[in-house]
Design a protein around this ligand. Structure first.
Ligand SMILES: [Zn+2]
Ligand SMILES: [Zn+2]
Length: 129
């Protein structure tokens, strides 16, 4: 029983680590189900919470959209496309540093922070017109 739980958790972690697409719980569920057909969506959610609490993954909230999961746990900036629902990393070390400095300079005990930019990705932007 315990072994199976560990195996399920490891599979879920592998799925999150295997992609930079910032998958949703339901797409992780679809992937894991191909290996463990008996797994339930509830189990996937539970394990994602445990993995997040253990610091293996981070959960990203994108407004009203479904939450996404990311195996890169250092705070970094995300870009969310409202048109195709894709989430990508914004690679800018200076921006990350400034954001981290801003947060550490705050007169408050910040437990986590995230910055998400919203709009249309270049692929979607070039599709229309
Ligand atoms: Zn897009
Ligand atoms: Zn990310």
């Amino acid at each position: 029983m315990n072994y199976r739980n560990t195996e399920q958790r490891n599979r879920i972690l592998e799925v999150v680590q295997s992609t930079t697409a910032h998958p949703t719980a339901s797409s992780i569920y679809d992937e894991v189900r191909s290996v463990i057909p008996s797994i339930s969506l509830g189990t996937v959610y539970r394990n994602l919470s445990v993995l997040e609490a253990q610091g293996f993954i981070q959960k990203i909230s994108c407004g009203d959209a479904e939450e996404r999961y990311d195996a890169t746990t250092e705070p970094h900036i995300h870009y969310y496309c409202k048109s195709c629902n894709s989430v990508s990393d914004v690679h800018d070390n200076r921006a990350d540093e400034r954001l981290n400095k801003l947060v550490s300079d705050l007169d408050a005990n910040v437990s986590s922070h995230s910055l998400v930019c919203y709009g249309k990705c270049s692929k979607c932007e070039s599709k229309v017109n």
